[in-house]
Structures are given as C-alpha cells and as structure tokens.
Design a protein around this ligand. Structure first.
Ligand code: ADP
Ligand code: MG
Length: 362
C-alpha cells in the first residue's frame, strides 16, 4: 500500500470549518483534534470532534500503537506473522495465527468467494513477480509470460484455506497471502473500534484512498471528496453518514512503468496480468474491509462485469472511472454525489445492479 491520496483532504477540513462557524455563540465548542501519522506505508489522518484534547490524544495514541502492530503482523514481504504463515503454507504445514489474523483471513476468504475470486489475497506470488513487494515503484521488465502462466496455473485461492479457530492450513502450497487490497480497510475498522473504546463518538480516519467516519461533525455529517484521476481536482463531494467507509482503488499512483506502458498494481488473478481499462473505483459501504476489497474486485471485473460482482458482494454504492474517462455509478451512489465547482468532469452514466444470489464457498 502507498500514499495514494484519492480523497481530497481539504474538503474534510472545509466541512469542519463550516461546522465551527455555525455554532460559536452559545457554548464554545471544543476544538477538533487532528493528527497525521505515517502508518501502513501511508499517511493516516485522524480528526476527532467533541472531546477534550487529552481524551483525543490518548485515543490517537492507542490507534497509533495498534496500527503499528498490524502493519508488522500483516506485512506481505517483511518478517512478521504473515511471512511466517506464508512460509508454513509453502511447506505444506499448518500454522497457528493470532485472533486478529484469523479474523482478517476469515473475512478475506468470504470476500474473495463473493467476488468470484477477482479479489483474492492468495495471489501474493503474482504480486511479487510483478515487482510490487517493494516500498518503491518497481523497475525493469514485466515478468516473462511463462512465469505468469505458471503462477496462474497453480491457481492459488483463498478458498484453499481452512481456518479452524486460530489454525490455518492450505490445501494448495501455491497460496501466498498478500492482504494489500483490503488491509487498509480492515485496519480502519479496527481503529474505529479503538476510538470507540476510548470514548470517541465523532471522528474521521483518512488513510490515502480510504476514509472511515464515526458519528458526525457537530450538526453536520462529515464531508469528503473523490479525487479526479485525470486532473488535479475532485470528481465529486459527498457526505458520509455515521459508520460509513469510502475506499478508492486506482492505478494512477502505484504501477510498473516499462516500455512506455504503465502496469497497474491491481492484477487479474485469471490472467495474472494488470488491470488495463479501469482507472479508479470508489465503493462506499458500512464496513471498511468490504469497501476496500470491493474497490479492488470491481477494478478487476471491469466496465462490463462490475455490476454483477458488486451485487454478489452486497455493495450498492459504486463509482467507476474508465481509462476513456467515462464515469459510471449506481443510482444509490449518484444520489450521494455533489459536483464540486460546477459540474462532474464527465456525464455520470447510471448502472442498476442485477439481482443475484451470493456464491457459496465452503
Ligand atoms: P491500494 O492498496 O493502493 O489502495 P488496492 O486496495 O486495490 O489499492 O490494493 C492493491 C494491492 O492489492 C496490490 O498492491 C497487491 O498487493 C494486492 N492485489 C493486487 N491485485 C489483487 C487482487 N486481484 N486481489 C487481491 N489483492 C490484489
Ligand atoms: Mg482495495
């Protein structure tokens, strides 16, 4: 993961300023407390409303410590719990993980199943082959076609995992876990729980491409905006209701550049190759891990198939921008969007989701 800043933070701050301007007369409202932390390979901004400074700072410190731990435990290519689990899987051995890891893997397995495997954190070996297991942008040529073909043929899938309690085993030694496509969302879900436990009811957490809100900003909802992948500006602004998460996947900040082409860090597990025609997908949902996983899955599904996958995953609010600059949205999402400074950058085409039943994977 990296700092992708798909959310225009200034608009969050703007909403805060408006809310303060509204209520200054009677009781002086407590000033908001905000801190930026460098965590999970990205900037995480936490803004807390309605409590005293000491309470807010203590809550932020708890989140900071927790996310540090998760970053180490869930890291795909540095020593830590996930690396040990991956080594055990490759060796065909069972491995006992801690409870949060068991929970995030169980959720990832269910999300992968619902996405027909278009989101599948078991493809870590492919991600590594494309050079994305590094803090910097990869350089050099794409992996040879034969290597890609070999990795795809091994067919690693989350549903190869059996998670019983805290014991994890894989029926397929080619499974290599990389939680990058939903770790940020899952981590923000846990951070929200930390804030709640520390007595916070109104806050916004913003981690490059993912934002999660708790409660409201005084009399107003928290307000955010979705960045325009083609220009320095925003596509639209929207108000997030208490408990909502908005995640954006895009291939405009993390990619491999080779031979004049840009290869996205979002890979299609069926071909082993990067997604080509989708520039960004934003998903708004009640759960951060779901929104984050769905944004990745719908990028892979592409302009034709995304409505079916969205329906299977149970997400209703989707905004997609294609490489040709077309904007698609579900009617529910469109109803939430407000243009910023005039109009949307392109007409928004409405797409209804089909009625489908979720796939079953046991
Ligand atoms: P970001 O983390 O930049 O917000 P994503 O949420 O789309 O973007 O996650 C992309 C990351 O997820 C990649 O860097 C890689 O580690 C991993 N990944 C790539 N393709 C897939 C896929 N189809 N399913 C699951 N994980 C993927
Ligand atoms: Mg994602």
């Amino acid at each position: 993961m990296n700092a992708r800043g798909a959310l225009f933070r200034v608009s969050v701050a703007l909403a805060a300023a408006l809310a303060l301007a509204g209520g200054v007369r009677a009781l002086r409202p407590m000033p908001d407390v905000s801190e930026s932390l460098y965590l999970f390979g990205t900037m995480v901004e936490i803004e807390i409303h309605g409590v005293d400074d000491a309470t807010a700072r203590a809550a932020i410190a708890a989140v900071d410590a927790h996310l540090e731990t998760l970053h180490r435990d869930w890291h795909a290519w540095r020593p830590g719990e996930l690396e040990s689990l991956n080594a055990a899987i490759a060796a065909g051995a069972p491995f006992t993980v801690d409870a949060p890891m068991a929970a995030v893997l169980t959720q990832g397995r269910a999300l992968a199943c619902a996405s027909d495997g278009l989101f599948d954190p078991a493809i870590g070996a492919l991600v590594e082959a494309w050079g994305f297991h590094a803090d910097t942008l990869p350089e050099g040529d794409p992996p040879p076609a034969a290597e890609i073909a070999r990795l795809v043929a091994a067919h690693p899938r989350m549903t190869d995992l059996t998670i019983s309690g805290r014991e994890v085993r894989s029926s397929n030694p080619a499974v290599q876990l990389d939680l990058g496509a939903y770790a940020k969302g899952a981590a923000l879900d846990l951070a929200e729980a930390d804030l709640r436990a520390a007595g916070i009811t109104d806050a916004v957490l913003n981690a490059g491409g993912g934002v999660q809100v708790m409660g409201r900003h005084g009399a107003r909802p928290w307000r955010v905006a979705i960045r325009d992948p083609f220009a320095w500006g925003v596509v639209a602004a929207l108000e997030l209701q208490p408990g909502e998460s908005l995640h954006t996947s895009g291939n405009y900040e993390r990619y491999l550049e080779a031979g004049g082409l840009r290869f996205s860090h979002i890979l299609d597990p069926r071909s082993g190759r990067p997604v080509t025609d989708i520039v960004s997908v934003s998903v708004l949902a009640q759960n951060g891990a779901l929104a984050d996983a769905a944004a990745t899955a719908l990028s892979v599904a592409g302009a034709k198939d995304w409505p079916r996958i969205a329906a299977q995953m149970g997400v209703e609010n989707v905004l997609m921008i294609t490489g040709a600059g077309e904007i698609f949205a579900t009617p529910a999402m469109r109803a939430r969007l407000a243009p910023v400074g005039g109009d949307f950058p392109a007409p928004v085409s409405l797409v209804d989701l089909p009625k489908v039943s979720a796939p079953r994977c046991d």
